[in-house]
Design a protein around this ligand. Structure first.
Ligand SMILES: [Ca+2]
Ligand SMILES: [Ca+2]
Length: 267
């Protein structure tokens, strides 16, 4: 079964490609489809050089559901640790730690940081402090994963929540998942999903998942990763990529594909 991650942005789009690969956004929404047994996203530890493709070592993924949804919502993670398959380790992953946090309540979506376009040919940032993010919004779920083999190649349930715990805007309830590379220099490949079932992928009706600056994993030899922009956010869209060295970026249209400029290594 495939799952869909919708990435929406409202002002700018940045994409980072870790070799694995990464992406960033501003006024768009995108959809990526992958097998449900594949790590689509990646976050690197603070000691990793930005040439690995992750300029900020953190991810923000938003999701929303109808505000009147009453069912329990389970936040699920695929391969959340840094060990074995799906991950990119340098000298062993023992020191690796990744923080996962889910925020709801006032500000979780509306006050969250939005990425800003950078000058072309700007290099990636330096390592950030690994202090867990505490806001904006109210922390609802929190898990840390290191190099434990127990979740290697598996989906695990981070916890559950209800729509009423989100930030209510109009008829939607919004949540934010923060993922931080907190220690080490390794790359942690993972995926996230929201389900109506604790142990299987049952997509809630009306679920939207989106990000403004996702770091997308694109392993050499794998099928291309596809991001879909959400036309509801209007345009024009500006797409900025980071570290798409030797990569190919195409804007896929109905009848033809339009090549987009790619960045160089660490740019
Ligand atoms: Ca793994
Ligand atoms: Ca992983």
């Amino acid at each position: 079964m495939n799952w869909t991650m919708k990435i929406a942005a409202r002002a700018l789009v940045l994409v980072s490609f870790a070799m694995p690969l990464a992406l960033g956004v501003a006024a768009v929404s995108a959809t990526a489809q992958t097998s449900d047994q594949e790590a689509l996203l990646v976050v690197y530890g603070p000691q990793a050089p930005s040439r690995e493709g992750d300029p900020d070592r953190r991810e923000q993924i938003f999701f929303s559901v109808p505000a009147d949804m009453r069912e329990r919502l389970f936040v699920r993670l695929f391969d959340p640790e840094t060990f074995g398959s799906e991950d990119f380790t340098y000298g062993g992953p023992a020191e690796s730690v990744t923080y996962y946090r889910v925020f709801g309540g006032d500000g979780a979506f509306s006050q969250a940081e939005r990425p800003e376009m950078v000058e072309d040919e700007t290099r990636g940032g330096s390592a950030l402090a690994s202090i867990p993010i505490t806001g904006p919004g109210q922390e609802l779920l929190a898990q840390n994963y290191g190099a434990d083999s127990g979740t290697d190649g598996y989906w695990v349930t981070m916890g559950d929540l209800r729509a009423r715990q989100g930030e209510i805007i109009g008829d939607r309830a919004y949540f934010r998942i923060d993922i931080q590379g907190a220690a080490g220099n390794d790359g942690n490949g993972y995926s996230v999903a929201v389900s109506l079932s604790r142990d299987t992928d049952v997509r809630p009706e009306g679920l939207d998942m989106f990000a403004y600056q996702p770091t997308i994993r694109w392993a050499r030899g794998n099928l291309a990763t596809r991001m879909a922009f959400d036309g509801r956010t209007g345009g024009p869209f500006t797409v900025q990529s980071f570290d798409t060295a030797n990569g190919t970026l195409l804007f896929v249209k109905e009848y033809d594909d339009e090549p987009l400029a790619v960045s160089g290594q660490d740019l």
